[in-house]
Design a protein around this ligand. Structure first.
Ligand code: F6R
Length: 620
């Protein structure tokens, strides 16, 4: 949830830590702070709000007061305690010598806090994190571990319960940072004569491509020339080395005014790269996923678990998989799944979809599914993250780093990956003939080009927000696979423009929500292809007429050549012709533009960082 960075080297560490936080800010932006050592002493600067506020604070105190070659930094998504200066990290110990940054939740902080209070130590913040700074100072200053920083850190870590990534910096040991991880992620960046730490590789991608992932319950001590990994009991442990294949440009805005806009334009590549390597000329392949044909054949139901946009991608997959494979697909938001006693067995394939691979709700649902004997296939965008690690198999989406907090390209890549799974199941179970599968695959392969066409026609959407006027509420309607698109469109609008928005199955409108329709209410309608065999198209045209008759202003997303909708559209946005089942990959794109436009009309300029949100939700 929070973003964590660390640096030990020979360069001025303040700027390096600040730039790293800039790339970590998508993980939380309630406050930010940096502690520096290796200069005159331990110096800390922190501020509530976005990183720009920290920049002002640094200018105010003067960067010369923050000299030093070692630094730790933090950007926060608040859990315990409001986003204030006091609650911002780093937290400093009672003797002023220890600074810590923390991501996660220290579950036993209340008794630890009481213990510290009884010792006469006054806690300055409302956070669960601050206790770690005081405990380390106490362990270092007195008792069995006195004077031994490493032993003191291990002692403290063994007293903490919950999930945490923690970095410790001590004024008397400015040549090192001691860090630990339990459940939340931590990477070491291995430079030449300098070492880095980061919640993810974006923290140090500018400086090195060589990284080591820390495993569960590991401690690492970094100095400028070396790193040493230990278990919580102090014995040597291994990390997982890897070379970073994302480049810096992928983590920068590349000429766009926001990451989100850049990522919207990266969607053709995200889908193309996700599909790449999964068709061998004759068959769909899931080779790297670790699932055999026999595994695929054996499943008699699919259970999809995910949150937010990832859930919407799974809902689209439900329509596709049931249609192609003829086995039941259930879907549930991950936070509900494990509290409901779902019925799973070894013939159940659980599809766990997560961009970050860190979402606590989805991770817990994966763990629960495994205890029920189900086989879990993760669809994930982040290499080496926790959800794929704990799953039986993984299919990576190749969307590249998604920095904008609202999901765009990762969502489209998830839909594509889910469809690969659906086709692989249909192939293994023989519910589609090979030439049918080839035909669907060809359609999928044509999608990146069609997304590029939608992007090229952005001006269709641009004028909508200008002429829409003030919007307080907006409805989104779809039928069939248009329903998940409606949900995704409504979610984007809520997140970016802070406007109340709801997605409904269009047919359900008459059963209640139609009471919301009043003169001038904007309603987005996603129209299925008129070339499909089902009656969905004519049904939705009737639905559009029903809402127009009650005064709604309609924004209609329909494919080229669909003339039936023309008389009933206040604004008509065209998408290329495609089978309806593929529409989530196209019709979502104008809705992303629309949300960004309305957000800006409403004065929310920073669409990359919507209020109250964080990119990875690592708390339940
Ligand atoms: C919406 C959004 C969130 C995420 C959700 C799951 O724009 O980004 O709804 O989709 O928090 O996150 P992941 O996919 O990382 O598990």
């Amino acid at each position: 949830m929070c973003g964590i960075v660390g640096y030990v080297g020979e360069r001025e560490s303040l700027g390096i830590a600040f730039d790293a936080l800039r790339r970590m800010e998508y993980r939380g932006y309630d406050s930010a702070g940096i502690a520096v050592a290796g200069g005159p002493g331990l110096a800390v600067v922190k501020r509530a709000g976005k990183l720009a506020n920290l920049e002002d604070k640094i200018a105010e105190v003067g960067s010369e007061s923050l000299n030093g070659t070692t630094a730790i930094g933090h950007t926060r998504w608040a859990t315990h305690g409001r986003p204030t200066d006091e609650n911002a990290h780093p937290h400093v110990s009672y003797d002023g010598k220890v600074a810590i940054v923390h991501n996660g939740i220290i579950e036993n902080f209340a008794p630890l806090r009481d213990e510290l209070t009884q010792r006469g130590i006054e806690l300055r913040s409302e956070t669960d994190s601050e206790v770690a700074a005081h405990l380390l100072a106490l362990a270092y200053n007195e008792g069995e571990t006195a004077g031994d920083l490493r032993a003191s850190a291990l002692h403290v870590l063994n007293r903490l319960e919950g999930a945490f990534t923690l970095l410790f910096l001590h004024e008397d040991h400015p040549d090192q940072i001691i860090a630990a991880r339990r459940s939340t992620p931590l990477m070491v960046g291995v430079g030449e004569g300098e070492m880095f730490l980061g919640s993810d590789v974006a923290a140090f991608i500018e400086h090195t491509k060589e990284a080591v992932e820390l495993m569960q319950d590991s401690v690492v001590v970094i100095t400028k020339d070396d790193f040493e990994i230990l278990n919580f009991n102090g014995t040597p442990a291994e990390g997982k080395p890897f070379t970073i294949d994302w480049d810096l440009a992928a983590a920068e805005k590349g000429g766009f005014d926001s990451f989100m806009m850049k990522e919207i334009f990266e969607q053709p590549a995200a889908v193309r790269d996700t599909l790449a390597g999964h068709w061998d000329g004759n068959r769909v392949t899931l080779d790297e996923s670790n699932l055999t044909n026999d595994d695929l054949k054996s499943f008699d139901q699919v259970f999809v678990i995910a949150c937010g946009s990832a859930y919407h991608s799974g809902l689209a997959a439900k329509y596709a998989i049931e249609h192609w494979v003829r086995i039941p697909v259930q879907i549930e938001v991950a936070s509900e799944f494990r509290y409901r006693d779902p019925i799973l067995d070894e013939r159940t394939l659980v599809l766990a979809i997560s961009q970050s691979g860190e979402t606590a709700d989805t991770l817990e649902a994966v763990r629960h599914a495994k205890t029920q004997g189900a086989k879990v296939l993760a669809v994930c965008n982040t290499n080496g993250s926790q959800i794929p690690r704990e799953s039986d198999a993984v299919l990576y989406t190749h969307a590249g780093p998604e920095i904008g907090v609202a999901s765009t390209k990762a969502f489209l890549a998830q839909v594509a990956a889910n469809y690969i799974v659906g086709l692989a199941l249909a192939q293994a179970k023989g519910t589609k003939y090979p030439d049918e599968i080839r035909q669907i695959w060809d359609e999928l392969e044509s999608i990146p080009g069609k997304i590029a066409e939608v992007l090229g026609a952005k001006d269709q959407v641009d004028h909508i927000s200008e002429t829409l006027g003030a919007v307080k509420t907006m409805l989104f309607l779809g039928r069939g696979v248009g329903y998940p698109i409606a949900l995704e469109g409504a979610l984007k609008l809520k997140e970016l423009a802070y406007i109340h928005a709801e997605g409904f199955p269009a047919g359900e409108l008459k059963h209640g929500p139609i009471a919301l329709i009043e003169e001038g209410l904007p309603v987005v309608v996603i129209v299925p292809s008129p070339r499909g065999v089902s009656q969905l198209h004519s049904k939705i045209v009737s639905n559009i007429q029903e809402i127009r008759a009650r005064g709604a202003k309609t924004i209609v997303i329909a494919e080229e050549g669909d003339t039936a909708v023309e008389p009933y559209s206040n604004w008509l946005v065209r998408i290329p012709q495609t089978p309806t089942i593929m529409q989530p990959l196209l019709a979502t794109v104008p809705l992303q533009f629309l949300s960004a436009d309305i957000a800006r009309e409403n004065g929310n300029e920073d669409i990359d960082k919507p209020r109250n949100l964080a990119k990875s939700v690592t708390v339940e």
